[in-house]
Structure formats: C-alpha cells, structure tokens
Design a protein around this ligand. Structure first.
Ligand code: BMA
Length: 331
C-alpha cells in the first residue's frame, strides 16, 4: 500500500472521502438579502463568542467594489441574526490613507491578557493590500493600531496569548519579484505594533498540488492539547480559473514556529452551488471558527464564492485524530 493511502480521508463508502466538516442544511445562512441596507455581497466573516452568543464580523461589499465590516449576532449561530443597521467598522481613508479602497477579511482573536478582542484585517491601500489591526472591547468602539505589515500582505490573525513573552501573528506576504510563490509566515512582537523575528511557516507546494504556489491562513489558530490547529487555504490555478480549498496544519504548542503535521489532502472545497457560483466562482473562504468547549463542536463560518455566508461543523476530536495521522512536515 502506497504511503498516501495510509493518511488519506476515507468515508463510509469505499469510494467516498470522509467529510470532516458538514455543511449546515440551511446554507447559505446569510446573504445580502438579509442585510438591513443595500449591499452587493456579504462574505468572509470573522467569528467569535461574545456575551455567550456567536458574533460574526462580516465583510460587506458595496457597489463601488469597496468593503467594510458589519456585525451580526445570534444565540445559536445559525438563526435569528441581529445585524447592525449600518456599518460597524468602515474604512477611514482621511485618517488612515491605507484604507483607501476599503477593508477586507477580518479575523478576531480574544486576548485574555488585555481583556480585548483584536481584529486583524486587510486594508486595501493604493500600494496594495496590507495588514492592519484594531482592538475593541464591545464591537462598537475600535482602537486602530494602524498598519502592522507593509504591502503586499494579508490573511493575518493573532495567537490568543503571548508565548515566551511575545505576541505572535500569522500572515501572508507576497514577494515583489514576480515569484508566484506566496507562503504563510509567522512574526513576533512585544506590543502588537512593531513586528520582527519573521519566519516562513507553511510553504506553498509546487506543481500539481491543490495548494501549489499560494497559501494563506483562514481562521485564527486554535489552541488544543495536541498543538495549535491551523486552517489554511490553497489556491490551485486551473484552465477554468482558481479553486480555493482548505487544509489543516498542526503547530507545536510551545513553539508555534514549528510545524508538526500537515494534511496532504484538502479537507473542504467548493461543492455546493453557493460555493461554486457567485462573484468569484469556486471559493470557500472562512475567516473564523468557534469551539464549543463542552461538546467539542466547531462551527466554521465561511464565504461562498465571495457572495454569501455559510457554516459547516466539525468535531474537534475527529480533526485532531485526522491531523495526527497526517505526514510530518518535510524539512
Ligand atoms: C483572496 C481574498 C479573499 C477572497 C479570495 C477569492 O485573495 O481576497 O477575500 O475571498 O481571494 O476571491
């Protein structure tokens, strides 16, 4: 039996893959039709628990093509969303010129040590996308820290606690030398504003791989007893366009600069019509997941085809069993 056959996802039938994440039957759970004001699309939401409810910070694109964030709160994370009547966090190009063409793809991390939530997001500057950060206690008032990574850089999220005295940020710079390869990096900081110790963490593969040439973080790192669970996307360029799919990585708990395991196969990809057809076809793009500590259920919130918001659930134990069977990262 080949090496790959030992680690692949096997489903109940001999010819089906196992579904680690199961789509909710009422997907898409939120679309622009649910919005209290006109919007082109709502997608790529950040997610966190806030006052025992699920809070999504959705990316909302207007008809200029610019994005802002609006929060939606629900008790069960599926129904009865209470959506802000107007944008929750808007680009402010007069004071923050890097936000000239909007703000995109937020990721929320609760920072127990500061008693605040950190929102890492992409600002679309005239010099290209870059990473910005804002802090908030209530998702009403936001304290902007400004740009923390220069262009081109996006897909950033903070680890929830300091490790060896440092804050850690995952992000994805794009090389400026026309090199098509974009890898996931990790950097450290004492104060959340000035970053260093830059290190390539997860490299895009090459050739025929589903995650060849371009990878990026999706949901913020999830702390588990086995290590930090990382959800990332790979972008495969095909004759029919790009396909955005998701994979898993496990990082060492006390040294997150070290990859322990990485899935060879994608674990989730565009299959349903709301993932395959929209403003950008063939995209599943989560920016957040929430774990129910009691049941071990993870709710992953994602954008479908850059147009709507969908949700899929997984069992943390199953994800860990799977990733622990995956190959150790080759050096
Ligand atoms: C990425 C990000 C996402 C988007 C995806 C597919 O580069 O900009 O916001 O969902 O492309 O268009």
């Amino acid at each position: 039996m080949g090496k790959h056959f030992k680690t692949r996802l096997i489903g109940g039938d001999k010819n089906s893959y196992k579904e680690l994440f199961k789509r909710h039957k009422s997907n898409p759970i939120l679309t622009s039709k649910d919005w209290p004001y006109p919007a082109n699309t709502v997608f790529n939401p950040a997610a966190t628990m806030y006052q025992d409810k699920v809070l999504l910070l959705a990316r909302v694109e207007d008809r200029r093509g610019f994005s802002h964030f609006t929060k939606a709160i629900s008790e069960d994370g599926i129904n009865n969303w209470k959506i802000d009547e107007c944008p929750t966090l808007e680009a402010d190009p007069e004071n923050y010129p890097e936000e000239a063409w909007g703000i995109e793809d937020p990721r929320i991390t609760w920072l127990e040590e500061l008693g605040k939530y950190a929102v890492a997001y992409t600002a679309y500057s005239k010099g290209g996308p870059l990473v910005c950060m804002a802090l908030t206690k209530d998702f009403v008032d936001f304290e902007r820290l400004g740009p923390i990574m220069p262009p081109e850089d996006k897909d950033a999220a903070l680890f929830p606690r300091t490790i060896n005295g440092k804050w850690l940020l995952i992000h994805r710079p794009i090389p400026a030398n026309n090199d098509p390869e974009a890898h996931i990096w990790v950097s450290s900081s004492d104060d959340l504003k000035y970053w260093g110790q830059h290190h390539t963490l997860i490299k895009a593969r090459k050739g025929g791989w589903w995650d060849a040439n371009k990878v990026g973080l999706n949901a913020p790192p999830l702390e588990t007893p086995e290590g930090w669970l990382i959800l990332y996307h790979g972008v495969k360029q095909t004759a029919g366009g790009a396909i955005y799919r998701l994979g898993l990585v496990l990082l060492d708990l006390e040294d997150p600069f070290k990859v322990i395991r990485r899935s060879d196969e994608w674990i989730f990809g565009p299959e349903e019509s709301y993932e395959k057809e929209g403003d950008v076809d063939d995209v599943v793009f989560p920016c957040g997941w929430v774990l129910n500590e009691k049941t071990g259920e993870i709710k992953m919130y994602y954008g479908g085809a850059d147009t709507c918001i969908a949700m899929a659930t997984a069992d943390l134990k199953e994800l860990l069993e799977y990733i622990k069977r995956c190959p150790a990262e080759e050096k």
